[in-house]
Design a protein around this ligand. Structure first.
Ligand SMILES: [Zn+2]
Ligand SMILES: [Zn+2]
Length: 403
């Protein structure tokens, strides 16, 4: 420890961010140029490892049994608390980086490297976690179940937003998906239909049945679906059909209850036609609890981040009630205090999962501006958590009583 004040450390980190910016902007663009789906992010992880190793940081990859998960540590000046900075790098099918995870990756790497410059003055460690497959694959859920975050005191990451200002409140909905297979019996649809058992008929009854279910569900429950297999040909009675349901709600326990009701409707429909069903959870092949959980709100952590945003001149967005998505970051906040502020990409008009947002996330000047603000805000917040006496304790108390 050199006895520097928090203000001195924040100034030093900000200067370091400016030095790192060209490299980080190039990293964000390179990942954007090579979009990869969840659990296939080999180019992105290679690229991040090369960047970190270029700064003499050893990287563990393939942690938690996931090829594209990674972990690196900057030890502090003592055995103080460990703070996690989380990266994501998966893209969307057919839309490239329309969720801007290339910026999430580069801002996390940048925060980690900027804090490395003051490691001898930090009262604890900073750890970078590369978390695969946020878009539906639940990489963080697997990592949690494998114990990758055990002993970590708090977590921070960001998400790009349209150019409407920054936000600190998150508000993720819990979510899960179930795929239901209907199994019947094939037959010639004209010559011998009586021999057939039509799996598609059972599926359609389930589709309609779940629509009927909606009126007796709580208002916060949202159900969406897609028919992923609707039969092979019109001249065959369909022996197989498949539908996927996604359920979202304020609490993961409500999602769990609702999924059971959906499955009951499918069982009843299958029984009526003489089919059988098999169910599988889309993220459940890998984990015990296949749910994206709601995020726990930690006001003390939100306040700390907000103050840093204001000091950095980052404009805050007006509150947007009812605007929400889901993320496996919600699961992180169930095991430790965590925050994922939304940060605006300059010039982005439309929101994530639109072609316009993909374009904005790849624009060089916008990326540079996004990264400068975002990395400073995250690094400053980590400095507060580690070095400001009592702050982490207050955040953890707040988290312990959050619902
Ligand atoms: Zn997304
Ligand atoms: Zn996203």
């Amino acid at each position: 420890m050199t006895g520097k004040s928090i203000e001195e450390l924040k100034a030093q980190v900000s200067a370091r961010v400016d030095e790192l910016l060209p490299e980080l902007t190039a990293l964000a663009k390179d990942i954007w140029d090579h979009p990869e789906l969840g659990y296939e992010e080999r180019y992105a992880t290679e690229r991040i490892m090369t960047a970190l190793e270029g700064h003499n940081v050893p990287v563990e990859h393939g942690i938690a049994g996931l090829e594209t998960a990674l972990h690196a540590t900057v030890p502090g000046s003592n055995d103080g608390p460990r703070i996690a900075v989380l990266a994501e790098y998966d893209a969307l099918a057919g839309m490239g980086h329309a969720c801007g995870h290339n910026l999430i990756a580069s801002s996390a790497v940048g925060t980690f490297l900027a804090l490395k410059a003051i490691k001898d003055d930090l009262n604890g460690a900073v750890e970078l976690f590369g978390t695969p497959a946020e878009e539906g694959g639940g990489g963080k859920i697997v990592m949690i179940e494998k114990g990758a975050f055990d002993g970590v005191a708090a977590a921070i990451m960001t998400h790009p937003m349209p150019d409407i200002g920054a936000g600190v409140t998150g508000g993720y909905l819990a979510s899960s998906k179930v795929t239901i297979e209907f199994h019947g019996r094939e037959a010639h649809s004209a010559a011998n239909p009586t021999y057939g058992i039509n799996a598609l008929d059972a599926l359609v009854m389930a589709y309609v049945g779940v629509n009927g279910l909606r009126q007796r569900l709580p208002k916060d429950v949202n159900i969406s679906n897609r028919i992923s297999h609707g039969g092979a040909a019109t001249n065959i009675i369909h022996g197989f059909a498949e539908i996927e349901f996604q359920v979202r709600a304020d609490k993961w326990t409500t999602v769990e209850e609702t999924l059971q009701k959906v499955i009951q409707v499918a069982e009843g429909s299958a029984a009526a036609i003489g089919c059988t069903i098999e169910t599988r959870f889309t993220i459940g092949e890998r984990v015990e609890k296949p749910y994206y959980m709601e995020d726990k709100q930690v006001p003390a952590l939100q306040e700390l981040v907000k103050v840093n945003m204001q000091e950095l001149g980052i404009k805050l967005a007006p509150p947007m009630p009812g605007v929400s998505a889901s993320s496996d970051f919600g699961n992180i906040t169930q095991i430790m205090p965590g925050i994922q502020p939304g940060m605006p990409i300059p010039g982005a008009v439309t929101g994530p999962h639109t072609p316009g947002f993909a374009v904005a996330a790849g624009e060089q000047a916008a990326a540079e501006s996004y990264l400068r603000d975002t990395i400073r805000m995250m690094a400053w917040s980590v400095i507060d958590l580690l070095n400001e006496p009592g702050v982490l304790g207050r955040v953890q108390e707040d988290w312990a009583t959050a619902t």
